[in-house]
Write a protein that binds this ligand. Structure first.
Ligand code: HEM
Length: 408
């Protein structure tokens, strides 16, 4: 048996199956200290413990780079202005303004756009007999949608794709100096791009999120230019990376569990609980971090001020004390109080949009290709510790449908 402490979080072994490692950590304690990893700290695998920590304002969010870092200054400054890494009043102010315009109602109004985009993408590959779910469908769908919401020209989408990868990798545990240098360099291009876009929208507002963010205020205060830039970049990156993973992980779950797929086909009303189950079982965000601002005891573990706490969402969502048969994919699971979108004051602002995109994507894909199957059983995961992300997902099908994919 491989010892949990012997596994590197940046290894392919971990990327293939982080769950065995989580289990071993949990068997030590649901909040356990580990200083053999590259990032020493408290690793949280317990569900209740995770909720307590995420609700406790004494555990602070912080940027993953040292404040003193001069080498990656651009990247650091942008991260510093993102609500994701803010606390208390500043976080409330930023989140308050953004959530006035990026609302669940606004997400729901994207339904026709998502349906049309999904149908278009499927029509483009229908005459073939295979595709890569990631590059042909799961990536372009959320990226076209967020580009549309933000008001970014669709033809610039390939730039977004190029930019998101280094930005996401530079907040992951596996980040190397090269990744950070790349992230810092990429930040320059993204900043130039959005600076330009914001100037245009200030002169000529349009009916898009960037224009709304420019004008929105709370208690007479607007977002500063730097906050505006950081928010656009955060939404772009968040809108790209995690939803791609949710869509592709859900498809993979169905392809690996044909009985659950039949169940969904027989009872389409299970679509919502199916996506929730995929969020739980293969959580797109696997890890979030906090720093203790004072000495705090959690379930007998004595966390000291300044120590890092890593909440392993992928482990928490399989805590057997909360989820019966936690490693099973059961699309009828109810209730399913997973923490895939986080918990507490930083709960994901994009959750309604991500859920809707995944539901429409899965429904459209399975309806268009009823005999869809994996091209190979060898599924390849990206070497990331904070995200559950497939490298690719090649699939095949037999029938060539004559009719075009309809909006689902
Ligand atoms: C399956 C898709 C998604 C997952 C699993 C996910 C997950 C998360 C998680 C776990 C957090 C909390 C981080 C923390 O507490 O440290 C978060 C925050 C956030 N997410 Fe998402 N996210 C997804 C999609 C999106 C989308 C589509 C958007 C927007 C376009 C978005 C925007 C945000 C923002 C702005 C925050 C920061 C909230 C705050 O700090 O108050 N997310 N997300």
């Amino acid at each position: 048996m491989v010892k949990a402490t012997a596994i590197s979080l940046a290894s392919q072994t971990f990327a293939e199956n982080p769950y065995m490692f989580y289990e071993q950590l949990r068997s030590t304690h649901p909040v356990t200290w580990n200083n053999t990893f590259r990032y020493p700290g408290w690793y949280v695998t317990g569900y209740e413990e995770a909720k307590i920590i995420l609700k406790d304002a004494r555990f602070k969010n912080r940027i993953p780079l040292p404040q003193s870092s001069k080498k990656y200054e651009r990247l650091k400054n942008v991260q510093n202005d993102m609500m994701l890494f803010q606390n208390n009043m500043n976080h409330q102010r930023l989140r308050g303004i953004v959530s006035k315009v990026f609302t669940p109602k606004a997400a729901a109004s994207c339904r026709p756009l998502i349906q049309e985009t999904a149908a278009d993408l499927l029509n483009q590959v229908k005459q073939q007999k295979h595709m890569d779910i990631i590059s042909d469908f799961a990536f372009p769908l959320p990226s076209l949608v967020i580009a549309n919401i933000l008001g970014v020209p669709t033809e610039d989408r390939s730039l977004f794709k190029e930019w998101t990868k280094p930005l996401i990798e530079s907040i992951d545990f596996t980040r190397s100096k090269n990744v950070l240098t790349n992230g810092n360099e990429t930040t320059k291009h993204v900043l130039d791009y959005f600076q330009d876009m914001i100037q245009h929208r200030k002169r000529r507002p349009k009916d898009d999120l960037i224009s709304m963010l420019i004008n929105e205020e709370q208690d007479g205060e607007k977002l500063t230019d730097n906050e505006l830039l950081a928010t656009c970049i955060l939404l772009m990156a968040a809108g790209h990376e995690t939803t791609v993973n949710l869509i592709s992980n859900t498809i993979l779950c169905f392809l690996q569990h044909p009985f659950q797929r039949t169940k969904l086909m027989e009872n389409p009303a299970l679509l919502e609980t199916a996506v929730e189950e995929s969020l739980r079982l293969e959580s797109p965000t696997q890890m979030i971090a906090r720093v203790a601002s004072e000495d705090i005891e959690i379930s007998g573990s004595h966390i000291q001020s300044g120590e890092h706490v890593y909440i392993l969402l992928g482990a928490v969502n399989r805590d057997p004390r909360v989820f019966e048969n936690p490693d099973a994919f059961d699309i009828t699971r109810h209730p399913n109080p997973h923490l895939a979108f986080g918990y507490g004051s930083h709960f994901c602002l994009g959750a309604p949009l991500a859920r809707l995109e995944a539901q429409i994507a899965v429904k459209s894909l399975l309806a268009t290709f009823p005999d869809l199957r994996l091209e190979t059983e060898n599924v390849r995961w990206r070497k990331l510790a904070g995200f559950r992300s497939l490298q690719d997902l090649p699939v095949i099908w037999n029938k060539i449908e004559n009719h075009t994919a309809r909006k689902q």
